[in-house]
Ligand binder design. Structure first.
Ligand code: TRP
Length: 337
């Protein structure tokens, strides 16, 4: 029964265009798995996306593209709640309340803001970018989420969420669930194919190190086959001495569900090229239907939009209740209808 399952919630930025293999194997597969054990809410965080300058047409297209890829990855609207953040106005509304509970110094200590605002230049960074983590707090608290599956880079924002939930509860009475302090560990950390000591990321120094799921499969196969390895000849798992080969083994194991020791045994005495050729084929067999499924959702915007309409309705039912309680607890006069 859905009601006894612990609630999970996560948000995905619609800024990247194509998902890459690192996102997929690291985070998205975990979202898919959590549908089975949790009452899971997943949203595309378009309000967070506008904290840095956006192109309106691109944002709209990328929002649909993110949803299509999440569905293609296996999120099932009958088993989770999938929606777009701006379709649920309670996010902005509780965000304001949380802004009024957050200390200026407390917000100033968020390291992601410091990094992002340094990149933009101090004069360009907006107040929205500054309060980004506080909107994220509202995202989580509205759903009384217990588990928040995110990467290590979001740890500080989850800590802020815990602090603000506790502060609210102490001042105004028990209202919000304090989300689990632990961050769900990434199932697999995937590294850049050309620089296997840094995480695969869309800001990679060369596109050859990054596998975009929506790329032409032929391009992807070529990237796998030209992945950087070492000058040795033995295929073994050693992330320090053999970062490249180890990364390929991780991708191989994660995509096939086989264990790394089993693969190492299978490739004993064989050359790096054999591993690369086989892996290229495995990756192509994965991305080809993924692209087709994504395209099918994009070709049918009516279905996609109706999935989102249902998701927003389910999300709003939960969010509206939390917001109404919070408004009441802090002393806002209820509007009479
Ligand atoms: N800040 C998160 C990221 O960049 C995205 C996000 C927004 C989020 N709201 C959230 C994640 C709520 C988890 C829960 O990855």
């Amino acid at each position: 029964m859905a009601s006894v399952r612990p609630r999970a919630l996560s948000g995905i930025q619609p800024t990247a265009g194509s998902f890459h293999l690192g996102n997929y194997l690291g985070a998205i597969r975990q979202y898919v798995a959590l549908q089975e054990t949790h009452d899971a809410f997943y949203m595309v965080v378009d309000l967070h996306a506008i904290t840095v300058p956006q192109d309106p047409a691109e944002l709209r297209a990328n929002t649909r593209l993110a949803v299509a890829q999440l569905l293609a990855s296996g999120l099932d609207p009958d088993r989770c709640t999938l929606f777009v953040q701006s379709h649920v106005p309670e996010h902005a509304q509780l965000g304001w309340v949380m802004n009024c509970l957050t200390g200026f110094g407390e917000a100033s200590r968020m390291t992601q803001f410091k990094d992002k605002s340094a990149k933009q230049g101090a004069d360009r960074a907006t107040v929205g970018l500054f309060t980004y983590p506080i909107l994220q707090v509202a995202d989580i608290l509205l759903y009384q989420a217990e588990a928040v599956p995110v990467g290590e880079d979001q740890r500080q924002h989850i800590e802020l969420t815990r602090d603000l939930a506790e502060r609210f509860n102490t001042r105004f009475g028990a209202t919000f669930t304090v989300p689990a302090p632990h961050i769900v560990k990434e199932v697999a950390k995937i590294y850049d194919l050309q620089d296997p000591t840094s995480k695969m990321s869309k800001s990679a120094s060369t596109p050859k190190g990054l596998v975009n799921l929506l790329d032409e499969p032929k391009t992807t196969a070529k990237k796998i086959r030209s992945a950087v390895t070492d000058t040795g000849t033995v295929i073994s798992f050693d992330p320090v001495e053999k970062a490249g080969i180890s990364n390929l083994l991780t991708i191989y194991a994660t995509l096939t569900g086989r264990s790394i020791p089993e693969l190492v045994k299978e490739y004993e005495g064989r050359m790096y090229g054999a591993l690369k050729t086989d892996l290229a084929e495995i990756v192509v067999d994965f991305v080809t239907p993924f692209r087709e499924r994504t395209q099918a959702y994009l070709d049918d915007p009516e279905t996609l939009d109706s999935i989102l309409a249902k998701g927003a309705e389910k999300a709003r039912a939960v969010a509206a209740e939390s917001l109404a309680t919070a408004y009441d607890r802090i002393g806002l006069l209820p509007a009479k209808h």
